[in-house]
Design a protein around this ligand. Structure first.
Ligand code: G5P
Ligand code: MG
Length: 237
């Protein structure tokens, strides 16, 4: 496990089920200091807590639609620059934004907020996984709602079927892991991803990693970080 002095500020882009959460978890085994900020997870927490934002978000999420930009940007930047969140903004801060930004408006807002806080993005990684593969993953996904832990019946099954490894509590399906919502999410992704990629490509921070499994992509992600940040991480898994 590495102790690394440089800041590493990442955005993960990729279609639903492409493995944004999975890659983040694998990376945190190598660099535990990462603060994992998943926009979808933050929204699901709001829904579980039945907040006003959660009530609004729930409707969009059920339908597989994006929630309005102003709501999500506020939620995300509050989380990123919350003084209580670990290493949110110090000289060696390490964070991964998973699922945010998803629109140009969100990206521009993020850039402004980073600038105001005298920080910046280092790298945007696009996970490029064929659509044909990811539907199967979504059908096999189960989550533990209170912790956000994610399982897959084939790829990383729970030790006891239907139960969370840590608490033993029951696993559930995500409300948007239905065929109808998935189709909508994929469609939305393809409508919004190209302009976003172009936006980051112009900034010179975009890298695309392709592969049909997370185990193929992960070593590519690690070597990308090694070369970009001058690290010597090794993939053992
Ligand atoms: P989310 O929560 O951001 P999505 O749709 O972007 O949702 P999702 O579904 O969470 O992304 P992921 O994190 O990319 O996918 O993928 P994952 O969970 O790691 O992997 C998927 C499954 O496949 C898991 O079961 C995993 O174990 C398994 N798996 C991984 N790798 C492999 C492999 O190699 N092989 C196999 N067989 N399995 C594997 O957003 C949800 C909603 O919130 C709203 C929107 O409504 C959105 O639809 N939202 C926003 N709205 C507006 N703006 C934003 N910025 C928003 N962010 C969220
Ligand atoms: Mg996810």
């Amino acid at each position: 496990v590495a102790s690394i002095a440089t800041p590493i500020r990442l955005v993960l882009l990729g279609p639903p089920g492409s493995g944004k959460g999975t890659q983040t978890k694998k990376l945190m085994n190598l660099i535990p200091q990462f603060d994992h900020i998943s926009s979808g997870e933050l929204l699901r927490q709001q829904i579980n807590a039945n907040t006003k934002l959660g009530q609004i978000a729930s409707k969009y999420i059920h339908e597989g639609k994006l929630i309005p930009d102003d709501l999500i940007t506020k939620l995300l930047t509050n989380r990123l620059f919350n003084p209580l969140s670990p290493n949110s903004n110090n000289s060696n801060s390490k964070w991964i934004l998973d699922g945010f930004p998803r629109t140009i408006i969100q990206a521009e807002h993020l850039d402004r907020t980073l600038l105001q806080n005298q920080t910046m993005l280092d790298l945007v990684v696009e996970l490029n996984v064929p659509d044909s593969i990811i539907l199967g993953r979504i059908e096999e996904r189960y989550i533990h709602p209170s912790s956000g832990r994610v399982y897959n019946l084939k790829y990383n099954p729970p030790k006891v079927p239907g139960r969370d490894d840590v608490t033993g509590e029951r696993l559930v399906k995500r409300v948007d892991d239905t065929l109808a919502a998935f189709k909508e999410r994929i469609k939305t992704y393809h409508e919004t991803a190209d302009p976003l990629k172009e936006y980051y490509d112009k900034q010179g921070v975009l890298s695309t990693l392709s592969g049909e499994t997370s185990d193929i992509i992960f070593p590519k992600l690690v070597s990308l970080l090694n070369s970009k940040f001058g690290l010597k991480l090794e993939t053992s898994s």
